[in-house]
Design a protein around this ligand. Structure first.
Ligand code: NIG
Ligand code: FE
Length: 419
């Protein structure tokens, strides 16, 4: 017998009903329904109605009077699994030492690599699970998460296996990405092509073991050049991996063109994106994945979101949660910074937090909308309307979260028996 839940008296329901990738000004097209009832059967939405739904034998009736409902948020760029943390570099950062300079001195990503190598599987699992719990409390029901703090096969595999186990045990769905090309290990500094070859051969092992669905590279000055990025992504694509690329974060060195050429699912960061690349992005199905919390924490420029929207680009917004450039799991804050600093209107932000990231993860037929047949991944927010949700910033507005039809958060608390 199917598990059936009724969510009744929802004040407003907000969802995009556009087909993704939702580009440019279409991103502001959001359907709003007032006084809605939603019936869930097992993990799917089976009925949406303004009239009361009278069904005998329901397992749960949730009264959502005074609450708004949005699709579960999809945070499509995180670095969830890592050892330790990096607050010891905070003073340096505050004194103005640039992010890439800290990395050059052996800190930054390389400091997390050391801490991740030294951490056991269980330590990594426990730390990442705590973060996932936080994310769920903020209404995130699906994430993408990368390795990238091993830079050697064994530690990369350890991270990927932690992600696999979390995907099996935690309500949040995890799309797993291999980011072996996140930085150059010190010992390879003068043997760059050897490291590229190493990654190309490691890719085959990651593929054989089925440990990741996507591959990412950090294409940036002093990290991986466009040419090196292309070599790695070519191999990844030929093995059947999907592609995502960190690019144009600090300088634009051609990563976006490589990504577009290989039909990558996303290009991520884009604070330094060139206008001519915007036009190419707009013509493609590649999602521009903007990470405004990273600009905030690094005290950097914000990506030119308004220009991108005017150019017809499809945007997603992600947290980039990681120990260095964005140590915060608060996806609602990311959305609020997107509104305030990227100057995206609330409806555009919602599209960028739901349908477009779903498209980038190849799950847009089942996730990212409130629609019959879609997964019942739903967030009830204790606010009067969507504008207020993005306006009253910095706090958690979640009242309840349904993941695959199950109530997993209520009264802003995790329901332990479900986890
Ligand atoms: O997306 N830019 C590269 N990688 C991450 C940061 C990783 C770290 O600093 O640990 C990012 O910001
Ligand atoms: Fe990142």
């Amino acid at each position: 017998m199917a598990q059936r839940t009724l969510i009744k008296n929802i004040k407003y329901c907000y969802t995009s009903n556009e087909s993704p990738p939702v580009k440019g000004h279409d991103m502001s097209k959001i359907d709003v329904f007032d006084n809605v009832n939603i019936l869930i059967e097992d993990d799917r939405i089976s009925k949406i109605s303004k009239n009361p739904i009278e069904e005998p034998g329901l397992d749960l009736i949730y009264d959502a009077s005074g609450l708004i409902c949005v699709p579960g948020f999809i945070d499509s760029h995180t670095h969830l699994v890592f050892g330790g943390s990096r607050e010891h570099e905070f003073a340096k950062k505050l004194a103005g030492v640039p992010y890439l300079e800290i990395l050059k001195q052996g800190g930054g990503i390389l400091s997390t690599v050391k801490q991740t190598k030294n951490a056991t599987f269980d330590e990594l699992y426990r730390q990442a699970k705590k973060s996932l719990d936080e994310m769920l409390l903020f209404g995130v029901t699906t994430i993408e998460a990368k390795s990238g703090y091993g830079l050697s096969l064994d530690t990369e595999i350890k991270q990927l296996e932690v992600l696999r186990k979390l995907n099996e045990t935690h309500p949040i769905d995890i799309h797993i990405t291999y980011l072996g090309a996140h930085a150059f290990p010190k010992e390879y500094e003068n043997h760059r092509s050897d490291f590229i070859q190493q990654i190309q051969s490691d890719l085959k092992i990651i593929h054989q073991k089925g440990l990741a669905e996507s591959v990412d590279v950090f294409c940036e000055v002093g990290v991986f050049s466009a040419e090196e990025t292309k070599k790695i992504l070519d191999t990844a694509k030929s093995l059947g991996f999907k592609l995502r690329v960190h690019t144009d974060e600090i300088e634009s060195i051609g990563g976006t063109l490589v990504a577009l050429d290989l039909k990558a699912k996303t290009v991520d960061h884009l604070m330094a994106l060139k206008e001519e690349d915007m036009a190419l992005l707009a013509k493609s199905d590649t999602i521009a994945n903007l990470l405004p919390s990273t600009s905030f924490f690094l005290n950097k420029e914000y990506a030119p979101a308004r220009k991108m929207i005017d150019a017809g680009v499809a945007l997603a917004i992600s947290s980039d949660y990681n120990p260095g450039s964005t140590p915060s799991e608060n996806y609602q804050l990311t959305m609020q910074i997107a509104a305030n600093k990227l100057r995206m209107v609330p409806t555009e932000v919602l599209t960028a937090a739901t349908v477009n990231p779903a498209f980038s993860l190849d799950i847009s037929n089942t996730h990212g909308k409130i629609s019959v047949g879609y997964k019942a991944d739903l967030v009830l927010l204790d606010v009067n309307n969507l504008d207020y949700f993005l306006y009253h910033y910095g706090i958690n507005h979640t009242k309840a979260v349904f993941k695959s039809g199950r109530l997993v958060v209520d009264h802003r608390q995790l329901l332990e028996e479900e986890l």
